[in-house]
Design a protein around this ligand. Structure first.
Ligand SMILES: Nc1ncnc2c1ncn2[C@@H]1O[C@H](COP(=O)(O)OP(=O)(O)OP(=O)(O)O)[C@@H](O)[C@H]1O
Ligand SMILES: [Mg+2]
Length: 238
């Protein structure tokens, strides 16, 4: 009838709009993913340069300082040479921890489950008074590198925060997938977020990374502990 005929162009217009919106959303998600993976690539390049350029120089400096110390004609020169060697060692340590921050070596080389488990084991050894437990769903798929790095960062920052701020006895981390998402929950039984506390670099960075990958993060807390939940899309079209 006439009414339907009149409405037809409107309906077609709405369909076209919906289509355009969907396309715009897909474009946006793609762009956001590029931002994350570009940033990861840059970090990787910086890490490589630090490793390949700084490493050998520092080693050389150390060898020369040792040689100078051994050949020193007097104590003053020997002491200075020893100081130079000690400073070279210190820079090497800073370099190593920078490298580890820039890019956990094993992400992208070992299965994510192994990288997470190793980190948790290591923290467990370093902080024996806190019980840190990691439950990984069996048969987790292997995420691409930006998702893997994001999940690793959430784990790292979440555990660090619980150890630093919560005074927790237990930290419980679970990672699993539902049909469309990666899901991670990190819960501690500490004192909870102080109402006056401000989000620092840690939580802000976590949230930014998750959002850029099209996911979301929620933080809940009371006097019995804090929980962070992260949800990331499972499939990441590039
Ligand atoms: N698990 C937790 N239990 C209690 N308080 C927490 C917890 N996690 C974070 N907080 C509070 O939230 C604040 C912000 O955390 P965030 O990680 O963003 O920064 P930060 O840990 O202080 O510093 P950094 O930038 O080095 O991570 C913390 O200072 C702390 O007060
Ligand atoms: Mg922190």
């Amino acid at each position: 009838n006439q009414f339907q005929r009149d409405l037809a162009p409107v309906a077609a217009g709405v369909d076209a709009l919906a289509g355009a919106l969907q396309k715009a959303q897909a474009d946006r998600a793609r762009l956001q993913r590029r931002v994350v993976s570009r940033a990861d690539q840059e970090r990787k390049a910086i890490a490589r340069d630090l490793h390949d350029e700084m490493g050998p120089c520092l080693f050389g400096l150390r060898v020369e300082a040792d040689a100078l110390r051994d050949a020193a004609p007097d104590d003053t020169i020997r002491d200075h040479a020893s100081s130079i060697a000690a400073i070279a060692d210190q820079i090497a340590r800073v370099n190593r921890s920078l490298l580890e921050d820039l890019r956990p070596v094993s992400i992208g080389q070992l299965p994510l489950a192994a990288v997470l488990a190793e980190y948790v084991d290591d923290m467990g050894r370093r902080f024996p008074r806190t019980d840190i437990r990691l439950s990984l769903a069996p048969d987790l798929p292997e995420p691409d590198e930006s998702v893997a790095l994001t999940l690793f960062r959430i784990l790292q920052e979440g555990i660090t925060n619980a150890l630093r701020h919560a005074d927790a006895r237990h930290i419980d981390i679970r990672l699993w997938t539902d049909p469309a998402h990666w899901r991670m929950i990190l819960a501690d039984d500490g004192k909870g977020l102080d109402p006056d506390s401000r989000e620092g670099t840690g939580l802000t960075g976590m949230r930014e990374r998750i959002t850029l990958l099209g996911g979301r993060m929620s933080l809940s807390s009371d006097g019995t502990g804090t929980a962070i939940e992260a949800i990331l899309p499972l499939s990441q079209p590039l």
